[in-house]
Design a protein. Structure first.
Length: 143
């Protein structure tokens, strides 16, 4: 290929992204963009740089709570009670089974400690978030 674009019209792997266009378009992914810029050492990284550096080390750099269900719950409780976070995003270390193991082993321990709810107030997410049910036609924009 002799152009600077791939088959879909984007930048080819070895070509730098157009800083004022593609880089600005990554506004929802500032942390990923900044990570790639930092790790690649390039203010205008290539698509190949994003492939190489965007996911590198994410699990290694994040805190990990490892051990028995009680030990994992201890770590989560310490962070939560200490104000280090207001919730957690889980990342599976193996598939299948990681999320099932967490739900079966750790969640009951968190519930026992009063850190994870046992029941929901409503039947829908909207009800549990305390959001009103919209009336028919509420979604229609007025001119």
């Amino acid at each position: 290929m002799t152009t600077n674009q791939d088959e879909q019209g984007g930048a080819s792997l070895p070509e730098p992204l157009a800083l004022d266009q593609e880089m600005a378009g990554l506004s929802g992914l500032q942390a990923t963009r900044d990570r790639v810029v930092r790790l690649s050492g390039k203010p205008n990284p290539t698509t190949r740089d994003f492939i190489q550096y965007s996911g590198r080390g994410t699990l290694r750099e994040m805190p990990r709570f490892v051990g028995s269900p009680a030990e994992v719950a201890d770590g989560l409780e310490e962070w939560f009670a200490g104000g280090a976070c207001d919730g957690f995003v889980l990342a599976a270390t193996h598939m299948p089974g990681a999320y099932e193991d967490f739900a079966r082993l750790v969640v009951p321990e968190l519930q026992r400690r009063g850190l994870f709810q046992r029941e929901y107030a409503g039947f829908t997410l909207r009800e549990n978030l305390g959001l009103p049910r919209p009336a028919r036609g509420d979604w229609v924009r007025e001119p």
